[in-house]
Design a protein around this ligand. Sequence first.
Ligand code: RFL
Ligand code: PHB
Length: 393
Amino acid sequence: MTTTRTQVCIIGAGPAGLLLGQLLHKAGIEAVILERRSAEYVLSRIRAGVLEEGTVGLLDRAGCGARAHAEGLRHEGVNLSFDGRLHRIDLAAATGGKSVLVYGQTEATKDLMDARAAEGLVTHYEAEEVEPHDFDTDRPFVTFAQGGATQRIDCDVIAGCDGYHGVSRPSVPDDAIRTYERVYPFGWMGILADVPPVEEELIYANHERGFALCSMRSRARSRYYVQCPLDDKVEDWSDDRFWDELRRRLPAATAEAVTTGPSIEKSIAPLRSFVAEPLRFGRLFLAGDAGHIVPPTGAKGLNLAASDVHYLADALTAFFLERDAGALERYSERALARVWKAVRFSWWFTSMMHVFPDQGAFGQKIQEAELDYLTGSDAATTSLAENYVGLPY
Ligand code: RFL
Ligand code: PHB
């Protein structure tokens, strides 16, 4: 077995792991990343599309923000559709000029991967049987297999950035962790197509047939979603069926303006709220989807991964450069305070926009009344807007 040493062993090369690697490198702290999949596979997962200003700021700090600024679409508003009409929320007016940046997770991930490669930093892709050990001591290590050989990385700290299905969280003894969960009784069927988006800004649509979302990746590439039953398969959704269903859930004028075209990607995502507490176990730290999941309705998942990484990079910098072990102790509490607010927002937005099995005509009317209130009240609009653009760190 070959043994090497680093300061931080990061498990997972998703946005959380890659961003943490860059921020640590900028601070002069060494890190190695272990990723189960190939780089191409990681880049083929179509996921988030909306970045908060704080997330873009972190990409800048990591030296990776240039393309996001050049190619991302700055949105100062977002649309809500309900009861056959479209209502624009002016995010900038409600938040003193804040906006969001529409820039695909795959692009941000690629920028982070490219920067890592340019600096010659080590990432082991297709690492198998990754396992964290002895993180309840101050000499943790991680083992993994590659090309049939087992390798060991000795480190000071392990960062579990390996997503919801990763190995880090399950390595923690059951009695040291508490989890909170809500599974929603529906999923999102998503489609990517090289057609111009129907509107300049996103549309979140409440409809009695189910939720729909009109999003985009660029002025020439659209990303659309419709709420679907959990047991639906991608094969159940021909392109024609998808476009018909999407249009039925939008106001008539918007539906008519939808440009359809062949899909280039289709997938179904289940919806879940999940939080693990705490996010620290001795020298093992969870960040991003490894520690919490939100339904995509508020576009918060990737942004929360970024804010965790912000707190974790700060704590690790204080630990390694200033010998401040207290910073590590405060990480979980600091990160979770922001996480729970985003979990609350995503749950609330999901509850207001989707058709639930038991909601009936009464439930539909209550949702419409809430949306009417939300769009008619400055206080309620401001509350939605400040959460949507992202709460401060
Ligand atoms: P990731 O992206 O899941 O990356 C974890 C990485 O760890 C690897 N891994 C392992 N590596 C080594 N050993 C193991 N045993 C491992 N197990 C796993 C995985 O291969 C992977 O590369 O987690 P990370 O970095 O925390 O990032 C989180 C985000 O990816 C996620 O929160 C967002 O995609 C959620 N999300 C959205 N977030 C937003 O902020 N805005 C959005 O608009 C938004 N839209 C979405 C979304 C997620 C979606 N899906 C499919 C769940 C839309 C959808 C449809
Ligand atoms: C996306 O573009 O994939 C997207 C946008 C907003 C969301 C979720 C997903 O809330």
